[in-house]
Design a protein around this ligand. Structure first.
Ligand code: MG
Ligand code: MG
Ligand code: MG
Length: 306
């Protein structure tokens, strides 16, 4: 039976590229492994796969009875709904340890680095397996994406070293240019429905019994979002009432200015001031220097909700 490797819901470039590369590594180690994803490719991921001529994984949402590896998450909220009926063989991730459990020993590679593909680069090295050129290319892009071209607070020396080694394999010297090429694709919002933008990089969290949704749009210049901002505000308000959330936060991250404007709909806006020391006005707050949901937004909100 084939092993399926997949990342989180609303797959981002790391979730897709980590699934492809881990499936490649597992295949070379003698397993029958295939990548999968829980939803459609983002424009950025599509660009990355096309650039390096890599086929998109199949979309699979049900994993009952399957042998699986999880990449880029270990939270049930990010996993398929029937994960409890799957046989989890391993987890490769770079997030805080989530609430996924297993009833058998499990292979775990969970490192505090900026990207799952950085961990997988080390796994290839560990097993002394050569990384194919096209897979090195998409892994490189995933690291540049997750670390916001090394600017994110989550970026580590290991991420930079992995990129250097991968860049040699694909013969790319200007990582800044490659990163900006990707973020320009990611920044394009024209003609995209507000709900699609809100959900493009969106995660639900349980914070002290409160359902909290946090989305993020990373752009090269916040003014790109001026035209759609009021639609985004309306949409997160609608999403909040549909989903019964305590709060929904949408981070509009300017990767050049290195900060985020947070759009807020909440039963209690004071959590924002508690978390970030900034009082929201008109449902918005500018969070200077905040670019990472994982390292700067989630931990501070969790404390504020505690
Ligand atoms: Mg991810
Ligand atoms: Mg990631
Ligand atoms: Mg991200």
């Amino acid at each position: 039976m084939s092993i399926l490797v997949f990342g989180h819901k609303n797959p981002d470039t790391d979730s897709v590229c980590a699934a492809i590369s881990l499936a490649d590594l597992k295949s070379k180690l003698g397993n029958d492994a295939s990548p999968a994803m829980q939803g459609d490719l983002s424009p950025e991921s599509k660009f990355v796969l096309e650039k390096f001529n890599v086929q998109a994984p199949h979309i699979i949402t049900s994993y009952a009875g399957k042998d699986v590896y999880l990449v880029d998450h270990s939270d049930l909220a990010q996993s398929p709904d029937d994960l409890d009926k799957a046989n989890i063989l391993g987890i490769v991730d770079h997030h805080k340890l989530g609430d996924v459990t297993t009833n058998q020993p499990v292979e775990c590679w969970i490192w505090p680095v900026g990207c799952t593909c950085t961990v997988i680069k080390s796994m290839y090295d560990f097993y002394n397996i050569e990384i194919p050129r096209n897979i090195a290319g998409i892994m490189l892009c995933a690291i540049l994406s997750d670390t916001v071209i090394f600017k994110s607070a989550t970026c580590t020396e290991q991420d930079k070293q992995a990129c250097e080694a991968l860049a040699k394999l694909v013969d790319i010297s200007d990582l800044q240019a490659l990163g900006m090429e990707m973020f320009k694709v990611k920044s394009a919002v024209d003609g995209t429905p507000a709900r699609e933008l809100v959900l493009r990089d969106y995660k639900d969290f349980d914070m002290n019994g409160n359902k909290v949704g946090i989305g993020q749009l990373e752009v090269v210049d916040l003014s790109i979002l001026d035209k759609v901002k009021s639609d985004l505000e309306k949409d997160i308000a609608a999403l909040k009432s549909e989903g019964g959330h305590h709060s929904i936060f949408l981070l509009l991250t300017d990767i050049i200015k290195e900060g985020s404007e947070m759009l807020i709909v909440s039963d209690d806006e004071s959590v924002v001031e508690k978390a970030f020391g900034v009082a929201p006005s008109n449902g918005k707050a500018w969070l200077d220097g905040v670019m990472s949901r994982k390292k700067q937004v989630v931990p501070n909100l969790e404390k504020a909700f505690a």
